[in-house]
Design a protein around this ligand. Sequence first.
Ligand SMILES: C[S@@+](CC[C@H](N)C(=O)[O-])C[C@H]1O[C@@H](n2cnc3c(N)ncnc32)[C@H](O)[C@@H]1O
Length: 248
Amino acid sequence: MRIDVFTIFPEMVDEFASHALLGKARVNGLLDLRVHDLRAQTTDVHRTVDDTPYGGGAGMVLMAEPLFAAVEAVDPPRPLYYLGPAGRPLDQAFARELAGLGEQGSGGFSLLCGRYEGVDERVRTHLVDGEISIGDYVLAGGEVAAMVVLEAVGRLVPGVMGNDTSAGDESFGEGSGGLLEYPQYTKPAEVRGLAVPDVLRSGDHGRIDRWRRAEALRRTIERRPDLIERRGGLTAEDERLLAEFPEP
Ligand SMILES: C[S@@+](CC[C@H](N)C(=O)[O-])C[C@H]1O[C@@H](n2cnc3c(N)ncnc32)[C@H](O)[C@@H]1O
């Protein structure tokens, strides 16, 4: 899987992605991450990439020409996505789609980070193929958004996570049925008088699976009723599980 990132702060992204899961994936050759400086093709002494907006207004805008030149010099894997608040919201399904690009076409995708007031509109209309937003708020730059995409997608690339099945089971995972994840516990069995639910220590795996499902349902009903609606409400089996494991 190849992912190219264009930014005026290449060290920021490169450093982030040299740790933990992403760092290991790069060392193992599972993730070919290339971070490029948007100033790379500038020729003036200040390596200028921004200028004031036409029509007036606060702040600076990243200029089209240096951005076109930086991308063309590399010919990165496409699609190339601009990170911005007007983009398609990133969710787990979108992350899965992006991870799937590793096995198609150019073998990956690319990300373009904005800064200041954003990029010249001609970059959006004639250089990039799409836009990604990481949420309904405004960041100071696209780098953190790129890191979010890298981490959400990187862990879905086959082989990157130690146990491939865990991505399916967790919140929003394909195996979760569109639910949030059930509560997790680890050792010791009691902490400050707080005990692990007996069922998890029962050794009865059928009952553990049903308990987990009931807890995932309960948590999703409480915290994200929109996810329950999206899957068409509760089934008779869901109701049965909730009744089998009533709230303590
Ligand atoms: C201060 S923002 C510019 C916001 C722009 N003036 C607007 O109102 O849409 C600077 C950069 O941060 C990045 N950014 C900000 N919010 C983002 C979000 N929610 N998702 C992804 N990138 C974001 C974009 O790359 C953007 O060019």
